[in-house]
Each structure stands twice: as C-alpha cells, then as structure tokens.
Design a protein around this ligand. Structure first.
Ligand SMILES: [Zn+2]
Length: 310
C-alpha cells in the first residue's frame, strides 16, 4: 500500500505494530480460491501486512508478495498448513515495505525472490533511508539486523515472464507504471486468477506517493484484457473483475476532478472538498485529501507523482 512512514496516518498505524506480537494477527484468513491457489488476507490495521497468495505448482509453492518480515512468517506457517511442498519462489509485486521487506526472510528460508526491474530501481531511489526508518518503528524489520532492504534476487528480463511446469502455468505481467514503477501482476490463465498487488486494492488503500496517477487507468485497462474471473488484490478482500474496474473508475474520477480543479486555478484542499461519485466510494477513505494533493502535484508539475521529490 504505502511507502514506509510516508504519511503521518500510516506512521501512527505502524507505530502501533511495534508493540504487537506476531501471534495476535487474525488467524483463519486463508481461503482456497481455486484448487491449489490460496488467498491470505493480511492484517493491515495493527500489523500493516499485505495480502499473500499461495500458488501450488507440481513440486513447490510460489508465494505472491514477500510481505513485512512478520507477515512473511505467518504466510510461511499458513503455506505449511495447506501443502507439504516448499515455498521455492516469492514474487514482489512492488518495492513497498509491506510487500518486499520480508525478502531476506524468504531467502533465509531457501526461497528465491523475484520481481520486475522497477522494483529494484525504486529500491535504489528510496533505500537505505526507508528501511532504516522502518527498523526504528518495527520490531520485525529491526530484528533482521540489516542496513537496507534486500532487492529481489531474480529480475525478469521481459513481460510476461512465464513459469510452466506442466501442472500449472503462472505468468508475471508488467503493464506499466500505476502504483509504482515496478508494478507486477501474477496471472493464472487456466484458472483465470489475477493477483494485482497494490495496483488494485479492494478498499480505500491507495497510496499515491510513488504513483503515476495519470497512467493508472491505462494499466487497469490492460489488466482487464485478461478477463479475470478471480481478482486477488494487495489489500482488502478477494473478489472479481469489479475490483479492477472500480480501481480504474476511481483513478479516472480522481484525475478528472483534479484536472478541472487545476484548470480553474484551485488548490488541492478546495478540490478535495468536491469528492467523487458513489460508484467509487469503496476506494475513498481518510487518505482522500492526501490523494488529491498527490494528483494535484502530478498535474501541476506535469510529471508522474512518483518522479517528483518533495
Ligand atoms: Zn504499495
């Protein structure tokens, strides 16, 4: 969802996580979506965890997203409950701490971490600062005793990157810059299951500080061309294509609202008071004024929000 400690709201939220032990996370949140594909809804409020997806291949498991280290531990424990196969690969959908800071945990547990080039590029921009700041507020990050984040070990040369062992075909797609420059999707063509990372969330979880807000809807359009039946988002509950459609509509409305506001010479605070339609209310929450500000910065600087350093 968010870059570590980038907004005060999330700083407060994750500060609480420091005092929370791993065992307090909500159990029983693992659901088999289709045979051999499990969705694990992460506990976001207290732990700041992202969702995980466990994909069973012929001889091993693939984990979608590394999560924070404490989330990685829980995801591995759940993987052991559903299958006796080892987690051999872990896919970072993007570079944010709640999706990638568990990388070294997985490496130490014999898995190979993977991602698109933008994941590594964004880490180069934000690390080691973001990691060190996370280690101050989170016990699970501090406990790893590292000075910076571990990038994915394998970087895909092209999109899609395909894994096919005869039993299952798993594709990794990059459709461009939406939530971050490295946004990756995991796609099971036979089962029609799409894992979106934070490019599509099911709820008011869009962090836009590293985003290309004006391009986001285009990325959603590409994802929808796959015609997904099951959509497993980076945060919030699982669902169908309506998650991607809703995310796309939210970004279109946000862009249109801010564009007309900027043309009228308005500041972001004033624009935010207008709000969006009921159609996208699932994506509108306490971060809305901040999201309008991010879009306002992108429009006025005429460059992707994630490329503007403030
Ligand atoms: Zn994110």
């Amino acid at each position: 969802m968010h870059r570590w400690l980038s907004t005060s709201a999330f700083a407060a939220l994750l500060g609480a996580a420091f005092f929370t032990t791993v065992t307090e996370a909500q159990p029983g949140s693992v659901k088999e979506i289709v045979k051999g594909v499990w969705f694990r809804e992460g506990e976001i409020k207290e732990m700041g965890h992202c969702n995980n997806v466990i994909v069973e291949m012929k001889d091993y498991l693939v984990m979608i997203d590394a999560n924070f280290p404490s989330g990685a531990k829980l995801a591995l424990a759940d993987a052991k409950k559903v299958s006796s196969k080892p987690v051999r690969y872990v896919f970072d959908t993007h570079h944010h701490g709640d999706h990638a800071y568990g990388n070294s945990f997985w490496t130490r547990n014999g898995a190979e971490t993977m991602g698109f080039p933008g994941v590594v590029e964004m880490m180069k921009v934000h690390e080691p600062k973001a990691w060190q700041s996370a280690a101050k507020g989170r016990k699970d990050v501090a406990e790893l005793n590292l000075t910076t984040a571990e990038p994915p070990k394998t970087v895909f040369a092209k999109s899609p990157h395909v894994m096919d062992d005869g039993a299952r075909r798993l594709e990794f797609h990059h459709f461009g810059w939406a939530h971050t420059r490295g946004d990756g999707f995991a796609w099971l063509p036979k089962e029609s299951v799409l894992c979106t990372g934070d490019a599509a969330t099911n709820g008011p979880y869009n962090y836009l500080g590293d985003a290309h807000i004006g391009n986001w809807a285009n990325v959603m359009k590409e994802a929808l061309k796959l015609k997904p039946k099951h959509v497993l988002p980076g945060h919030g509950p699982a669902g169908g294509a309506e998650i991607v459609e809703g995310e796309m509509a939210f970004m279109q409305e946000l862009n249109a609202l801010v564009e007309s506001g900027v043309k009228a010479g308005k500041q972001s605070e004033e624009i935010a008071r207008t709000g969006l339609s009921d159609k996208v209310k699932n994506w509108v929450g306490p971060s809305f004024p901040g999201q309008v500000k991010d879009a306002w910065i992108e429009k006025t600087k005429k460059t992707p929000r994630g490329a503007v350093t403030m």
